[in-house]
Design a protein. Structure first.
Length: 258
């Protein structure tokens, strides 16, 4: 299999290849396993991780060295199948992944930060509703959803974790009771602790963006539907995994898409 695809620009192909390789390895071996495999491959060839996962021929050679005869059936076969589909599905996939979210609900108790979010994101073409605590967030969410014919008004809800009256996590519980598929992003200064709290109380993999962060990073996370798809996949496949392994997998997904 060649490392280029005539249907896609080289950079776009490399990005999709890296995402497929990362996804396959994380599904099979978890976040910690993925990191261990990459460390071994880097040590063997002396190349950087990004070079390995964006070059199929190099990755295949290293995979055969690490996994032996199992490499083709367990890893390389599924990767090749996914890459062959890219040419046919690319137009649809790009439209989905690049679709900009139009309606956002943001809760934060710092009004200056809220105004900054609103100004910046409205400049990106978003419709932004802001509230100053978790309780008001839930009230607004219910009001807008009840008035919406589909009952699914907001594309993404962004919650500061530490807020008065009702925390971001408490608000998320209420929101997910109304709509279990609602996309949520937590803003928190404590990434790992927030992920542990979310997994323990919600039993769901949810995006967390660590403070401080740039507004461009926030906008990128909002628009990146693939992040939410991968987190949902972790949620579905998490039953038999340890809590720390789930946290590790979520952090790997977030780090690879920021």
């Amino acid at each position: 299999m060649s490392t280029s695809n005539p249907n896609l620009p080289d950079k776009q192909y490399e990005n999709q290849l890296s995402e497929i390789i990362q996804g396959e390895l994380i599904d099979l071996y978890g976040g910690a396993g993925y990191k261990s495999i990459m460390q071994t491959m880097v040590k063997i060839c002396g190349r950087k991780e990004q070079e390995i996962i964006t070059n199929y021929d190099l990755f295949a050679e290293l995979a055969e060295g690490v996994f032996g005869r199992l490499a083709e059936s367990k890893i390389l076969g599924p990767i090749k199948l996914q890459m062959l589909k890219i040419g046919e599905e690319n137009i649809h996939q790009k439209k989905s992944s690049q679709k900009e979210t139009s309606r956002l609900l943001i809760a934060d108790d710092e009004i200056d930060i809220l105004k900054l979010y609103k100004t910046f994101l409205e400049g990106k073409g978003k419709e932004v509703t802001i509230v100053t605590d978790g309780s008001k967030c839930v009230e607004m969410y219910k009001r807008k959803n009840n008035a919406d014919s589909d009952g699914n008004y907001f594309d993404v809800v962004i919650l500061d974790q530490k807020m008065p009256i009702m925390t971001g996590l408490q608000a998320a519980v209420e929101i997910l009771n109304i709509n279990p598929q609602q996309k949520i992003i937590f803003a928190s200064g404590y990434l790992e602790k927030t992920l542990l709290d979310v997994l323990t109380q919600l039993n769901k993999a949810i995006a967390v963006i660590e403070k401080p962060f740039s507004l461009d990073v926030l906008d990128h996370m909002i628009n990146n539907s693939e992040v939410f798809e991968k987190l949902e996949k972790i949620t579905i496949n998490q039953e038999e995994k340890e809590l720390k392994q789930k946290v590790s997998e979520i952090i790997t997904v977030l780090e690879n898409h920021i």
